[in-house]
Design a protein around this ligand. Structure first.
Ligand SMILES: Nc1ncnc2c1ncn2[C@@H]1O[C@H](COP(=O)(O)OP(=O)(O)OP(=O)(O)O)[C@@H](O)[C@H]1O
Ligand SMILES: [Mg+2]
Length: 285
């Protein structure tokens, strides 16, 4: 299930009321060679203190996500996936442990700094798209910039370019209501790219989509990842996770396995899904 706040881009808006601290850089400034830094978490713990008890949702999780990786996070209900996603998305703070984005230790940051990181450096894609209904495709794609007051012709052109990249070049002035679910998710993916984020955090991004549209969206993630974009997704579906480069599993607040999907197995998953769709289409005829 979708686990982050219902509309994280509104969370961004609320946080933009605080004056963002000048981190002064964005990813490309920091890396003259154009490389985005890796995500690194160390002994990350998160406990929720309730009236009568403390819930240890994450009990010391460590792993690295190298630049360009594509990770699926899986695990049974209650294993800590949402908790981890909230931490990776800078929407919550760990109880202890470290979380590095490049050389920045996010775990020690103030709320304002977290808001800044969130709006500038992380792209979110959600099960329910979270588009603004009154806005057009191009306006929705630019939403992450509204909160930074960065809106000019160059930004609009970049939004149009992203709309084209996700196959919506002919739908620039459509509003979400006039789009299919898959098209709306494409807008959300384009929006997540607007800030040239360190990584895309996708929470059950295909959870609302039929198998044909799921395939389209997963193909789009493949394309982005092939271009070097780092993707971290939470999914309950084995067939979705099979498309990632790597599957990290949580159990009871701990990392229970961390496996690479071979290129052959990924290609096999792609082929299998495509065949299932063709078989489905045959049955409908
Ligand atoms: N805000 C909270 N306050 C108290 N306990 C919480 C809170 N959020 C999560 N928990 C607890 O932490 C543990 C991990 O929850 P989490 O939501 O991260 O699991 P999950 O893997 O996302 O599960 P699901 O697949 O059902 O979404 C659970 O025991 C849950 O009850
Ligand atoms: Mg969850």
């Amino acid at each position: 299930m979708s686990s982050l706040p219902a509309d994280p881009y509104r969370v961004l808006a609320d946080n933009s009321l605080h004056s963002p601290l000048p981190l002064g850089t964005n990813a490309s400034d920091e890396n003259p060679d154009g490389k985005l830094p890796a995500v690194s978490i160390r002994e990350l713990k998160k406990s929720y203190v309730l009236k009568s008890e403390t819930v240890h949702a994450l009990r010391g999780v460590s792993f690295d996500v190298p630049e360009g990786d594509y990770v699926a996070i899986m695990g049974p209900s209650g294993s800590g996936k949402s908790t981890l996603l909230n931490l990776l998305g800078c929407l919550d703070k760990p109880t202890s442990g470290n979380f590095f984005l490049g050389r920045d230790d996010v775990s020690t940051m103030s709320d304002d700094e977290l808001a800044e990181i969130r709006s500038r450096r992380i792209g979110f894609v959600f099960q329910s798209y979270n588009l603004i209904q009154q806005y057009t495709v191009v306006e929705n794609i630019q939403v992450p910039l509204y909160y930074q007051g960065r809106l000019g012709q160059a930004e609009k052109e970049r939004a149009i370019e992203l709309a084209r990249m996700v196959g919506l070049g002919e739908r620039l002035d459509h509003r979400p209501m006039q789009l299919s679910g898959g098209q709306q998710q494409r807008v959300a993916i384009a929006r997540s790219m607007m800030n040239d984020p360190y990584f895309i955090l996708a929470d059950e991004a295909t959870g609302n989509l039929d198998s044909v549209t799921t395939e389209e969206i997963l193909n789009l993630f493949d394309t982005l990842n092939t271009q070097g974009r780092t993707i971290i997704m939470v999914t309950h579906e084995d067939e979705v996770a099979a498309r990632a480069r790597r599957i990290v599993r949580l159990a009871d607040g701990l990392l229970s396995s961390d496996r690479i999907n071979s290129e052959e197995s990924r290609a096999e998953a792609r082929r299998r899904q495509h065949e299932n769709i063709l078989a489905l289409a045959q049955r409908k005829l």
